[in-house]
Design a protein around this ligand. Structure first.
Ligand code: UDP
Ligand code: MG
Length: 327
């Protein structure tokens, strides 16, 4: 009989010491429940935590050969931590979940079932967002609307990073080396056959959110800018609109002069306004351009997406290096 397929769970952790004990318990019972039909491994990526998270991960990895811990050299951010987990994953399929147990581990069974039916990507779509503030829900809704407006049509809204990917999808994703990573958009861009399951998003089990407003805004900006050049095109629209306005004004002035012989002497206000409007427009366009140039600059440097400080794995556990990408 051939070996059952291997499933990898990737869990990014940033200052999650409060939630770690229940997380560990939930992960172990999930692995045990999946056991007869699937082999499993867990990759816990410590994204530069400043609390006891790494010690807890080390202890877990020392007790369980299915578990490996990877510590990044500093805080690189959620998407980068996930990228690291993907590089170390050996599974035939990979599931990512948040450390705070907002993504219920039980849902993994349903995701696996869809994968076995032939889906390459299984999105977990949020039915309810319990324990999230009205503001968070409203901003999430606005975020997905703007994204779609900006042309990122492939992004499944209300699916976070809780998803399953098959090996071939993961390998394709690993070929995308961009620095500003908006993974759910990248996965959408890849295509493949997708399926979805619906789940109720639980409130965070313990600890506090690691996505304060500042980070959420940066994340949304990254997503929009790395997914479309619509903002750049908008500058054309602005410029076109203004040119039309100026031309009609010019026609109006000329007509007045030729038809009624009235010159516009008291044009001070409109003159000042139009100068200011052009100045502002120029600055806005420069700013948008600057954002993209900055991104080109960062891509051009070609830096690694994350830096690993150390790996915690038992000798009988998985390898302590990234898995080579199959072509
Ligand atoms: N996270 C991370 N690096 C960061 C911020 C967050 O690895 O810089 C992890 C965090 O530990 C958690 C997941 O990303 O497992 C989602 O973060 P959080 O639950 O704080 O976000 P929210 O659910 O509030 O959007
Ligand atoms: Mg959370």
């Amino acid at each position: 009989m051939s070996e059952p397929p291997l499933l990898t769970l990737v869990i990014p952790c940033y200052n999650e010491q409060e939630v770690f004990p229940p997380l560990r318990e939930a992960v172990v019972s999930l692995l045990d429940a999946l056991a007869p039909d699937l082999r499993t491994e867990v990759i816990l990526v410590d994204d530069g935590s400043l609390d006891a998270t790494w010690r807890l991960i080390e202890a877990f990895a020392a007790d369980d050969p299915r578990v490996r811990g990877i510590a990044l050299s500093r805080n690189f951010g959620h998407q980068q931590a996930l990228t690291c987990g993907y590089d170390f994953a050996r599974g035939d399929a990979v599931v990512t979940l948040d450390a705070d147990l907002q993504d219920p581990p039980e849902a993994v069974h349903r995701m696996v079932a869809r994968w076995r039916e032939g889906a390459d990507v299984v999105y977990a779509v949020r039915a309810r967002r319990e324990g999230e503030t009205l503001f968070k829900r409203a901003s999430a809704a606005a975020f997905y609307r703007i994204l779609r407006l900006a042309g990122a049509r492939q992004v499944r809204s209300d699916a976070g990073d809780f998803r399953l990917m098959s090996r071939r999808c993961l390998d394709a994703l690993r070929g995308m080396k961009e620095q500003h990573r908006f993974l759910r958009g990248m996965v959408g861009w890849l295509g493949f056959r997708s399926a979805e399951i619906v789940y109720d998003r639980a409130p965070r089990r313990a600890g506090t959110t690691k996505y304060p407003l500042r980070r959420m805004v940066r994340f949304a900006l990254d997503a929009t800018l790395s997914f479309s050049i619509l903002p750049l095109r908008l500058t054309f629209l602005f410029a076109g609109g203004l040119t039309a306005a100026i031309l009609s004004y010019l026609a109006y002035v000329a007509a007045r002069y030729w038809l009624y012989d009235v010159a516009l002497v008291p044009g001070w206000t409109s003159l000042l306004l139009s100068i200011m409007a052009f100045g502002a427009l120029n600055l806005v366009c420069l700013g948008i351009l600057g954002e993209y140039v900055g991104r080109i600059f960062e891509e051009a440097k070609g830096r690694p997406l994350y830096v690993v400080r150390e790996v915690a794995a038992r000798p009988d556990g998985g390898p302590a290096a990234p898995v080579p990408r199959s072509p």
